[in-house]
Design a protein around this ligand. Structure first.
Ligand code: ADP
Ligand code: MG
Ligand code: ZN
Length: 494
């Protein structure tokens, strides 16, 4: 009898940077990429006697975030601030202001597409620490600009059962934060840092220790780290049912594709939490206004999004787009409005929607997306204007340029980076004005003469070989030949 494989159990802690202009407890600006240590003051550096004042914008954003996750706000009647004490070079105060047993938000949930309900235990406000970087010569540099930047720590119950479920939860979470206007969640800028806690449990209740994977900054890293750790834990050691499994902290080595042991996990007692004496409790009544405003803002954002989705669906039907094309171009608006603008220009120039829509969708998701991805993925690199693209579609519709020439020589070449009149661009390269019958006939004759073996095959009934001849003619004509004409002429010659 073969034992059933152990079950993967994952709970996630995420730190999201709240979108504020200033820090959580002082007026220092929040900016990414500023000169190191330029954005600090006695409060965020913890100089003696400096007193923190709560940033109302951070509180409002945290409340909106909590509501967007279905949490109750201040369910214990009051929200309290605590100091979490530890020594680390990037923590000049020697403690972090956070919320321990009276957090701002509790008891939320997000539902995954398969119906899994991921319970959110709590979401609390806290301040970020500074950032250490290790210089090549063995020295460590510290930048305190991030000290005091407001974070929301969002903690789930261990309700996730696969790396894919973890990723879906994180994507959903990011989407809710953006909808709530709570955070822009740019993972490259460290605005969303993920810490999955991973363990394996057997049918008899025995389990491995819990590995806490720290500070993962991309979905790819989360996927890889959870999958790696799940596999590694299979070796055990296993702890009997009921025993509190040990917790261990790991880092992720992206290049090496493996987790790295950091330390056995501190317990709450190690941090000597105690109430922050310099910040008053926030009674639930004092938060009622934030909750009401937060609910209204979320309802408005939801309504905006539904209206946008409704408009996108209607537009997709009008254009005859496939669902995935409509999703990318109209709902998620991958191109930043460029598809819609090009479509409007093409329709203005007389192209019917049902023709221009699918053609431009194919261009934007095909050659143009490829062109943009080859240049860092920023659509701003595309210099061909809506009018230029409409003109290119016009050349194709009127037969002045073949679809192949447009795709290969215009959209996949230098033209997207310069724009300008597509007719002039193609004419300058001898690619305008579909090739005349004479030229096509000559090219077909040459190809037939040069490939007696292929011709023999076709005459013997292997008609599939014909494609090779058509391809050669098109190549010889640099795509300017009309494929219909090529086929007709070849038929005659064969
Ligand atoms: P701590 O108090 O040390 O932070 P918690 O029990 O509060 O530990 O859990 C912290 C995180 O670990 C939560 O996200 C939780 O879902 C997750 N977690 C708890 N138990 C397990 C487990 N057996 N396997 C994986 N993750 C777990
Ligand atoms: Mg924790
Ligand atoms: Zn400051």
């Amino acid at each position: 009898m073969s034992a059933r494989p152990p079950r993967l159990v994952v709970g996630v802690e995420v730190h999201v940077q709240l979108a504020t202009r200033t820090k959580a407890f002082c007026a220092c600006p929040v900016e990414f990429g500023a000169e190191p240590n330029a954005l600090c003051c006695p409060v965020c550096l913890g100089h003696p006697g400096a007193l923190p004042t709560l940033n109302r914008g951070a509180l409002a954003a945290a409340v909106r975030a909590g509501l967007a996750l279905g949490c109750a706000v201040a369910p214990r009647g009051a929200v309290r601030w605590d100091r979490k004490n530890y020594f680390y070079p990037d923590l000049p105060k020697g403690y972090q202001i956070t919320q321990y047993d009276h957090p701002l938000c509790e008891n939320g949930a997000l539902a995954l597409s398969d119906g899994t309900r991921v319970r959110i235990r709590r979401a609390h406000l806290e301040e970020d620490t500074g950032k250490s970087s290790h210089a090549g010569d063995g020295e460590t540099l510290v930048d305190f600009n991030r000290c005091g930047v407001p974070l929301l720590e969002i903690v789930t119950e261990p309700d996730l059962g696969s790396a894919a479920a973890v990723e879906e939860y994180l994507r959903l979470l990011r989407d809710r934060m953006i909808l709530a206007g709570a955070s822009s969640c740019s993972m490259e800028k460290g605005e969303m840092r993920c810490e999955p806690n991973v363990s394996l449990v057997r049918g008899d209740g025995s389990s491995t220790g819990i590995s806490e994977l720290k500070n993962l900054n991309s979905f790819a890293a989360v996927r890889a780290a959870v999958a790696f750790e799940a596999k590694r834990l299979e070796e055990g050691p296993w702890h009997p049912a009921g025993a509190a499994p040990p917790r261990t902290t790991y880092g992720w080595d992206d290049a090496g594709g493996r987790t790295i042991l950091q330390r056995t996990k501190e317990t709450a007692a190690d941090y000597r939490y105690f109430p922050e004496p310099d910040l008053p409790d926030l009674p639930a009544e004092a938060l009622a206004g934030f909750v009401a405003e937060g609910r209204a803002a979320l309802a408005a954002a939801d309504a905006d999004r539904s209206a946008a989705a409704g408009r996108a669906r209607a537009e997709a039907v009008r254009l005859g787009l496939a669902a995935d094309q409509a999703d990318l171009l109209l709902v998620r608006d991958l191109t930043g409005g460029r598809f819609a603008a090009a479509l409007a220009a093409a329709e203005g120039a007389g192209a019917p929607a049902a023709e221009a829509g699918p053609a431009l969708a194919g261009w934007f998701l095909g050659p143009l997306a490829g062109w943009v991805n080859g240049r860092g993925g920023d659509w701003a690199a595309l210099r061909a204007s809506a009018g230029d693209l409409a003109a290119a579609l016009g050349l194709q519709r009127t037969g002045k340029a073949t679809a192949q020439v447009v795709k290969e020589h215009l959209l996949a070449g230098e033209w997207p980076g310069t724009g300008g009149d597509p007719a002039a661009f193609l004419a300058g390269r001898g690619l305008l004005g579909g090739a005349g019958e004479e030229a096509v006939r000559a090219a077909c004759a040459e190809v037939v003469a040069a490939n007696p073996d292929v011709v023999a095959k076709i005459r013997a009934g292997k008609t599939a070989a014909r494609g090779a001849l058509v391809g050669q003619v098109m190549k010889r004509m640099r795509g300017t030949a009309d494929p219909g004409a090529v086929n007709r002429i070849l038929d005659g010659l064969l």
